[in-house]
Design a protein around this ligand. Sequence first.
Ligand SMILES: Cc1ncc(COP(=O)(O)O)c(C=O)c1O
Length: 375
Amino acid sequence: MIPFNRASLEGAEIAYLVQAVNNGFISGNGPFTKQAEKALSEMHDGAAALLTTSCTHALEMSARLLDLQPGDEVIVPSYTFVSTASAFIWNGARPVFADSRPDTLNIDPDHVERLITPRTRAICIVHYAGVGADPDRFSALAEHHGLALIEDNAHGLGGSFNGQTLGTFGAMSTLSFHETKNITCGEGGALVINDPRLIERAEILREKGTDRSRFLRGQVDKYTWVDIGSSWVLSDLLAAVLVGQLERFDAIQDRRIRLWERYDAELAGWARDVGAELPVTPEGTTHTGHMYFVRFPEGSQRDAFIAHMRDNDIMAVFHYQALHESPVGRSLGEQEDCPVASAAARRLVRLPLFTDMSDSDQAAVIAAATSFSGR
Ligand SMILES: Cc1ncc(COP(=O)(O)O)c(C=O)c1O
């Protein structure tokens, strides 16, 4: 069976893990954490980067840093992972769902603009598949209306929009190192903080609401409880694995982009014949090779395609459900329709794409896909 995803831990990851054990420093904020945070900061033009236990928790931290109040609204895409919305619910706000653009499936700025009300406090965008979600336009929109912009950058590490690194547009951005992401430590994430006024409180929130980080730096002589935070620090064991991945980041990205480009070249004729749509990368966007997807005209064709690939020992999988149609989404009061998100949920399938995928496995996926007649 060709899997949909397999983590590639073939560099120094295991050696660093052993080193972390031998260091005797396996909780958070140890030497590997500092090394990973430095590398991530450099990848984000010097912004502060705090490792967290997941992207979900980084989103929850970002929401907490906004001091949301009951009645506040945060505009999020409907077509995203649940955490993009649930983080704001945990912090007392109501997510308002915006539809996607039909070309990239990124959150639609025109719809977002129509959804802004006096209750809106923030916009959280997702760079779907690592393709920039027009962050310039969202920055301008946020500034014009006095809103915070958050980038859920779970797919977009290393991508750019008009030459600017994804994750550096909003006040904060979040990363995921879950095993399905380009680089991974199993479970993990980071909060990247572009607004320096938020750094000190972010450190406190991540350390259970204490000023322990200041204590460790010798800035205070004892640490105490100063805010309501949680336990969002990543273990140095996982940070060690992440350092091994970060060292190989360029090679990982190159390989994934090569796999992505081969799919794009070799599926084009078949996609035209069966009326399927392949990913769109608008002018000015540099994507991350995070995933390759196909959209069929009908959901029934997508389902038949997944079964066809399974019959050929290949795992192809669908992606998000449209959150406004989920049980929790429906419980959040009246929301506008998001027809593009609903259609993507029914019609989209992702093909296997992982760093260690061999050329011959990819050839097998392409051969199986192009033998699907569209029914
Ligand atoms: C857009 C997006 N945001 C957030 C997450 C959550 O990431 P994590 O598993 O690191 O919490 C995911 C996970 O797939 C995601 O796709």
